[in-house]
Ligand binder design. Sequence first.
Ligand code: FPP
Length: 255
Amino acid sequence: MTLGGHGVESTPNNMLEQDNINKPSHVAIIMDGNGRWAEQQGQPRKVGHEEGMEAVRRVTRRASERGIDVLTLYAFSTENWKRPPQEVHFLMQLPIRFFDTFVPELQEKNVKVNMIGFEDKVPTSTKKAISKAMEQTKDNTGMILNFAFNYGGRAEILEATKELCKKVASNELSVDDIDERLFEEHLMTHSIGDYQDVDLLIRSSGEQRLSNFLLWQNAYSEFYFSELLWPEFNGDVLDEALLSYKNRQRRYGAL
Ligand code: FPP
């Protein structure tokens, strides 16, 4: 496990450009620290989320430039409903504004939008904005920008299990047919295709926990923790994480 520092200026950018050796295909980020950043600025929490949205733009741009195949961002967890109603409302509105202003650039960069999570409880206007962005970018062949919105890892695994049980009960499947590949076909991340496994998991704000994020998919991922709060995050910090990943040896249990 690595704890990222603040050495943004020291990142050797040229070491990452056009370099496919040890590049993660799937990068997933737990964007943490919006509230603390706002508090430090003496601002309401929503200002932190607003700046967090700018960090999403910066990191999306850099990840796409670096040739990452899938960037999954944890934007709203199934546990985030416990926050005060005004904050939940603000977080639900963010995708509407984000896609309204960012889709033209995503088109230009050939980025395809995807979403994982539960649709229940998400306001119709938010669902519409997300579906519209997915529809507008569906033919893009570059990076997949995958938002985890109203997502929870345990709930995802339970849903997959229920689906499989139903298929066994109706004789569509036998218990012995169930293997990792079939299980993955029933996970929400099936929608991102070949890159369901996370290669590099990044979390900002110095916290070092998984918070119910992609529990199955992170089984063999490398972790990178940054002390920076999410609104401070940028492309150079992503480069630091990519550089750290580049120097890791992944053994998947072998020698
Ligand atoms: C965690 O910070 C952040 C969230 C729960 C929301 C993440 C949302 C964004 C980064 C905005 C971008 C979203 C879209 C859809 C473009 P926190 O509020 O838990 O911070 P704290 O731990 O300091 O209180």
